[in-house]
Write a protein that binds this ligand. Structure first.
Ligand code: GZL
Length: 334
C-alpha cells in the first residue's frame, strides 16, 4: 500500500471519528455513559468452581447457569475447571483455587466420598466451600459452608409412584441404566427403584449397569441388552442423555420407544421433553440445573454476613403427556 493511500485512509478515519465525537457530544453522551458500569478487577469476588464435566444436557445447562450468575457484570470472576468426571481432577482444582487465594470455592462433586482431606485444606485456608447439585458424605459438616441441590431419593420415588399408578397391566421387566456409581443422583434414583422392587413382587430388573450419564454409554448398554435377547417392557434410565442413547439402539432394532417399551427418564431437559411429546419418552422426572442464581444468592448472604441455610433443596416436578406442552417446554429455560 503506497504512503499516499495510507495518509488518505488515515485522514478519512480521523474525519469520521471527529464527526462521531461531535454527534456524541451534541447528544450529551460520554463514552463512559454508553457502557454499564463495570466493577474494577480487584473489586470482583473470585469464585473457583470445580464442575463435574460436560457429560450431559443437564451439566451444560448447570454450567451456563453458573457462568451467567457469577459474571463480571454481577461482580464476580468465575474460574471454571472441568473435571471430566474424575474426582482426582476436582481435588487438584480445589488445591489450585486455594493456592490462588480465591474468595469462595464451589464444588459439584463427582462422587459422595473422598473429600475430607482436600476440604480440610480449604478450611485451613479459611475459604468457604459451597457444595452444589450432588451431596458429599462426611462426618465433619464444618468442612463445607452449605449445600444446594436435589432430593434424588424423592426423584426416584416419584418415578416409582408413577409406575405403580400407570403400569399395572402386566409384570414389569425393567432395564435399569444407572448414572455414575457413587454419585448422589445415582444412589438416590437407584434407591427409589429398589424400594419399588421390594413392594412389588411382579417387578423384576432384568439388566442393570452404570451408563455414566452419557448418551454413548446408554446406547452401548441398550445394544448389549438387545444382543443378549433379554425380554423387557420398561427402561428406567437415570438421565436423559443415557435415554437418548437407548432410544437410538431401540430404533436401530426396529423397536418403537414409548410404544413397544415404556421409558422412564430423569432430568427433563428440553430435548427429552420434545421426545416425550413425540411419544418416545413416557415419563420424565425433573432435576433442576439452574443453580447459578441460588449460589449467587448464597454468596451475597455470606458477604453481608446474613443468616443462610446449611441445606437448600430445589423444588422439582415431573412430566408426562398430561402436563407437557410446547409452550411449557419453551418457558423452562433449559
Ligand atoms: C443431577 C446431576 C446428574 C444429572 C445428569 O443433579 O448430578 O448429573 O441427572 C448429570 O444428567 O450428568
Amino acid at each position: 500500500m503506497t504512503g499516499k493511500r495510507i495518509s488518505g485512509i488515515v485522514f478519512r478515519m480521523a474525519l469520521f471519528l471527529g464527526l462521531l465525537a461531535g454527534i456524541c457530544l451534541a447528544a450529551g453522551c460520554k463514552a463512559s455513559d454508553s457502557l454499564p458500569a463495570q466493577p474494577s478487577q480487584e473489586d470482583l469476588i473470585v469464585v473457583g468452581f470445580s464442575q463435574v464435566g460436560a457429560e450431559s444436557d443437564w451439566r451444560n445447562a448447570n454450567t451456563i447457569s453458573m457462568q451467567e450468575a457469577l459474571s463480571p457484570q454481577n461482580g464476580y470472576r468465575l474460574i471454571l475447571e472441568d473435571a471430566q468426571q474424575k474426582q482426582e481432577k476436582q481435588i487438584t482444582s480445589i488445591r489450585n483455587f486455594i493456592n490462588q487465594g480465591v474468595d469462595y470455592i464451589v464444588l459439584a462433586p463427582t462422587t459422595e466420598t473422598g473429600w475430607d482431606t482436600v476440604l480440610t485444606e480449604a478450611r485451613n485456608a479459611q475459604i468457604p466451600v459451597i457444595i452444589v447439585d450432588r451431596m458429599i458424605e462426611t462426618e465433619d459438616t464444618s468442612l463445607f459452608t452449605c449445600w444446594v441441590g436435589s432430593d434424588f431419593l424423592k426423584e426416584g420415588t416419584t418415578a416409582v409412584q408413577w409406575m405403580e399408578e400407570n403400569l399395572r397391566e402386566e409384570p414389569l421387566k425393567i432395564v435399569h441404566l444407572q448414572g455414575n456409581l457413587g454419585s448422589s443422583a445415582q444412589l438416590g434414583r437407584t434407591r427409589g427403584l429398589e424400594q419399588g422392587l421390594q413392594k412389588h413382587t411382579d417387578w423384576e430388573v432384568v439388566f442393570r449397569a452404570p451408563g455414566d450419564f452419557t448418551q454413548a454409554k446408554g446406547q452401548e448398554l441398550m445394544e448389549t441388552v438387545l444382543e443378549e435377547g433379554l425380554e423387557f417392557n420398561v427402561i428406567y434410565s437415570e438421565n436423559d442423555n443415557m435415554t437418548y442413547g437407548a432410544i437410538e439402539a431401540l430404533q436401530s432394532a426396529g423397536i418403537e420407544p414409548g410404544k413397544d417399551v415404556t421409558i422412564i427418564s430423569f432430568d427433563a431437559s428440553s430435548t427429552a421433553l420434545h421426545m416425550l411429546l413425540e411419544g418416545k419418552i413416557t415419563y420424565d422426572v425433573e432435576c433442576n440445573p439452574l443453580h447459578g442464581p441460588r449460589v449467587q444468592a448464597i454468596i451475597e448472604e455470606l458477604e453481608a454476613q446474613k443468616p443462610f441455610s446449611k441445606y437448600t433443596y430445589v423444588e422439582e416436578t415431573s412430566f408426562d403427556r398430561s402436563n407437557t406442552t410446547e409452550q411449557l417446554i419453551e418457558s423452562r429455560g433449559y
